[in-house]
Design a protein around this ligand. Structure first.
Ligand code: H2U
Length: 375
C-alpha cells in the first residue's frame, strides 16, 4: 500500500524504519504515537536518601561482604571478585557441542568482578570530581589489560538504579570476563568488519565524523569525544559515547589527555541525564572495545571503542518504556525521533539541558545530599 498522495514525508509525523549498522537490525520510528494516553505502570519516585556509609552495606569500606571477607578502608576505586559470580572461574566445562541433536548445544563460560567507584554510597559519577572519574577510567583500563590478557571478551557494565535491577545503591559496576564472545560482541564484530572491508574505514569513526558535521543528535562534545543520541536509537534517551578524532581499539589505548577529556564528557552527559527529571537517572551502560585474549595479536582493526547508555525512562521519572509486544515479537520501536528537541510532555532534548547539576556542588560535597533515587 502506498502513502497519501502529495503529503511530504516528515520524520516527526510519519512512521519509518531506521537501520542500526552495529546490530544489523531495524528500528521502527512512529513519532505520531506520542499522543497516546498513559494509564499503565508508574515507577515510584522516592525521596529516600542514601546514607553515605551504611554499616550493613557490603560494598562500603571496612564492611564485611557475604563471603566473610572484610573490605579495606579504600579511598578511591575498589575491585573484588564477585561473591555470587555468574561466571565462575573454576567451574568444570560442560561437554562440548550438542548431545546428538543440534537444538541442544552448550559451551564453556568463565569469571567476574565488582568494582566500586568511590568510598561514599551517596555519590554517583556525575557528582564525582573529574580526578575521581579519571581514577574510575584508569581502573577500567587496568581491568581490560589484566583480564583481557587471557579472556577474549571483558564486559564492563554499570546497572544504575533499582529500576534497572541494581541491587545496591553504592556506586559500582561489574566486569564479566568470558572465554567466548557474547552475542552482542559477535554481531557488532561482524557488522564493523563488513563495513571496514567494504569502505576501508572504521564504521564508528566515520559515524562520529558525520554526527559531528550534522550536529542534529550531539548531546555533549569535546575535542576527543562525542556523546550522541544514535540515529538508530531505540530507547528514548539512549546515547552512545565515542572517540571522534582517531582510531582507538580499547580503553587501554586511551592517552592521559583522552581519559581526562572522557571524564569531563561523562560527567556532563550524566549531569544532563540527572537534570532531565531531577532524579538520579537510571540506566544500563557498558563499554564495547575490540576483543582481547587471542585477538590481541591482530585482525580487529575494524573495531572502534565506544560505550552504550540505555536509560529505561520514557516521559517522566515515573513512566518507563517497556520493550514488550511488538518489540519482543517483531521489531524494536520508538515513539519520538532521536532528533526531536522537545516532546509533547515538555521534556527537553538532552543537549539543551543545563550542565550544572541540579544538586548544588557545595551542598553535595558537604553533608546534605538530596538526590532523589528511584525505588
Ligand atoms: P548489582 O547491584 O548490579 O546487582 O551488583 C552488585 C554485585 O555485588 C552483585 O553482582 C555482588 C553481587 O553478586 N556482591 C558481592 O559480591 N558480595 C556481597 O557481599 C554483596 C554483593
Amino acid at each position: 500500500m502506498s502513502g497519501q498522495d502529495g503529503v511530504k514525508f516528515d520524520p516527526k509525523e510519519h512512521q519509518h524504519q531506521r537501520y542500526n549498522p552495529l546490530t544489523d537490525r531495524w528500528v521502527l520510528v512512529s513519532a505520531h504515537r506520542m499522543t497516546r494516553p498513559w494509564a499503565g505502570q508508574k515507577e515510584s519516585v522516592s525521596e529516600q536518601q542514601v546514607v553515605r556509609s551504611d554499616p550493613q552495606n557490603p560494598l562500603c569500606p571496612g564492611n564485611t561482604r557475604a563471603n566473610g571477607q572484610v573490605n579495606p578502608d579504600y579511598e578511591s576505586t575498589f575491585v573484588f571478585e564477585n561473591d555470587f559470580p555468574a561466571l565462575q572461574p573454576d567451574a568444570p566445562d560442560p561437554p562440548q557441542g550438542s548431545d546428538g541433536d543440534s537444538l541442544f548445544q552448550s559451551k564453556a563460560a568463565r569469571g567476574n568482578q565488582v568494582m566500586c567507584f568511590h568510598p561514599w554510597s551517596d555519590i554517583t559519577l556525575p557528582l564525582m570530581r573529574q580526578d575521581e572519574v579519571i581514577k574510575v577510567i584508569d581502573k577500567w583500563a587496568e581491568l581490560v589489560e589484566e583480564l583481557g590478557a587471557t579472556y577474549p571478551w571483558v564486559q564492563i557494565f554499570e546497572n544504575k538504579g533499582a529500576t534497572m535491577g541494581c541491587s545496591n545503591p553504592h556506586p559500582h559496576c561489574q566486569v564479566w570476563a568470558s572465554s567466548f564472545l557474547p552475542n552482542e560482541a559477535v554481531v557488532s564484530d561482524r557488522s564493523q568488519k563488513a563495513y571496514y572491508q567494504q569502505h576501508q574505514q572504521q564504521l564508528l569513526l566515520r559515524y562520529a565524523e558525520q554526527e559531528a558535521n550534522r550536529q542534529e543528535r550531539v548531546v555533549v562534545q569535546s575535542s576527543d569525544w562525542l556523546a550522541v543520541v544514535p540515529y538508530w536509537a531505540t530507547w528514548p534517551y539512549q546515547t552512545m559515547l565515542l572517540p571522534r578524532r582517531r582510531h582507538i581499539l580499547r580503553l587501554t589505548d586511551l592517552t592521559p589527555e583522552e581519559r581526562r577529556d572522557l571524564a569531563d564528557v561523562m560527567r556532563r552527559l550524566l549531569t544532563k541525564y540527572d537534570n532531565l527529571f531531577q532524579v538520579s537517572f537510571p540506566y544500563s551502560m557498558g563499554w564495547h572495545g575490540a576483543p582481547t585474549g587471542p585477538h590481541l595479536s591482530g585482525g580487529v582493526d575494524h573495531w572502534q571503542l565506544h560505550a552504550h547508555y540505555y536509560p529505561p525512562l520514557l516521559r517522566s521519572a515515573s513512566v518507563r518504556k517497556f520493550m514488550v509486544g511488538y518489540e519482543m515479537l517483531a521489531q524494536e520501536q520508538r515513539d519520538l525521533t532521536p532528533e526531536q528537541t522537545k516532546n509533547i510532555w515538555g521534556c527537553d532534548f538532552l543537549r539543551h539541558l543545563n550542565e550544572p547539576h541540579f544538586v548544588p556542588y557545595h551542598c553535595f560535597r558537604g553533608h546534605c545530599p538530596v538526590v532523589p533515587f528511584l525505588s
